[in-house]
Design a protein around this ligand. Structure first.
Ligand SMILES: *Cc1c(COP(=O)(O)O)cnc(C)c1O
Length: 354
């Protein structure tokens, strides 16, 4: 006879969450196009720089001072206007926790980044999801209208993961004007480096946090810089707002190796730009091929494309062809990956097209 052991009580809203399921690895002849990763090997010299940081017995610099100072120089801000975290997802968590708790609301577009609902729930706050426009972009007027006196935080994702469209500078500025000055706006620009539309909001280039101290811009080394395994991202904004987020962070979560790799990558920006240009060129071909195959693909400024479909047979067809894609209820996200994957994605898309 087996009896169920008594387990410690878990918060009911946490216990109700589905268990985590990571995407499958691609087979030997396949391609993993499910996590918007960079398809290139590490930048020259980055592995060597990490290997040279050998003091594994010592804790890292808790403030990641060298990286914050390099980023401050890069973007023309003070070191205390930069906060780093173990991936920008961890920074999203820190800012949401700093701003919102039980009874508070967090407004964001939907569909958007799959991590948002869970981060809001763990903070104890309530998600207010505002449906995207028909073209997959944020409906910023509806988002502004969704703000109540309970709203503590708004998430804006540009380009939007998983649909791809940007928010323009003009749209963002008009939106910020409508948001109360005491509500935190997190501008999530995880894919900023892949943007080539000059109308797109560029939170750092435009220094939006200067005119609007309630705006914090989030970036990451995981995508364009190809350091997803090492977990390092950064936020730029008003020092006192960053202090709030820092207080909720788990101390010492950015390792010395991650900091070193990020610093080495910042010194190789030309190489990063060259790789980004290759991805953008593949993206252009991929979107054209998919549209030619009859798919209504939204404009994308990121390193992925969105196929709007609720048909599970479509994801199964990619799977059968060795292409690991990311299916959602209402569409499939496919990362722009290796050169050989581009034609294969289009070929499969053609066979399942309506
Ligand atoms: C990938 C991604 C991030 C950052 O991921 P990290 O690896 O945690 O830096 C943040 N926001 C969006 C929308 C993303 O797609």
């Amino acid at each position: 006879m087996t009896t169920e052991p008594v387990l410690p009580r878990i918060r009911p809203e946490i216990a109700a969450l589905p268990p985590y399921k990571q995407g499958k690895p691609a087979g030997a002849s396949g391609f993993k196009l499910s996590s918007n990763e960079n398809p290139f090997p590490p930048l020259d010299g980055v592995v060597e720089a990490v290997q040279a940081a050998t003091s594994l017995n010592r804790y890292p610099d808790a403030t990641a001072g060298r990286l914050r100072s390099a980023l401050g120089e890069r973007y023309g801000v003070a070191t205390d206007e930069v906060l780093v975290g173990a991936g920008s997802v961890s920074l999203l968590a820190a800012f949401i926790q700093a701003a919102a708790s039980t009874g508070d609301e967090v407004v964001y577009a939907w569909r958007s980044f799959e991590a948002y609902p869970g981060l809001v729930l763990v903070a104890g706050a309530t998600s207010v999801q505002v449906p995207n426009r028909a073209d997959g972009g944020h409906d910023l007027d509806a988002m502004a209208a969704a703000i109540t006196e309970r709203t503590r935080c708004v998430l804006v994702c540009s380009p939007n993961n998983p649909t791809g469209p940007i928010v323009t500078s003009a749209e963002f500025e008009a939106f910020v004007q409508q948001v109360p000055a005491d509500v935190l706006i997190l501008l999530d620009e995880a894919y900023a480096e892949f943007v080539d539309d000059e109308n797109a909001v560029d939170g750092l280039g435009e220094r939006v946090y200067e005119a609007h101290p309630n705006v914090v811009v989030l970036r990451t080394f995981s995508k364009a810089y190809g350091l997803a395994a090492l977990r390092v991202g950064y936020a730029i904004g008003h020092a006192r707002v960053l202090d709030g987020a820092r207080a909720t962070q788990i101390p010492l979560s950015v390792t010395a190796q991650s900091e070193t790799a990020a610093l080495a990558s910042l010194e190789r920006e030309e190489e990063v730009r060259a790789r980004v240009a290759v991805v953008v060129e593949r993206r252009t071909r991929l979107v054209a091929g998919l549209r030619d195959a009859g798919w209504d693909v939204p404009d994308t400024q990121s390193n992925f494309v969105w196929l709007p479909t609720a048909d599970p047979a479509v994801a199964a067809a990619f799977d059968d062809a060795g292409l690991i894609v990311r299916p959602f209820d209402d569409g499939i996200r496919i990362s722009v990956g290796e050169e050989e994957s581009i034609d294969r994605v289009v070929d499969v898309a053609r066979t399942v097209s309506s």
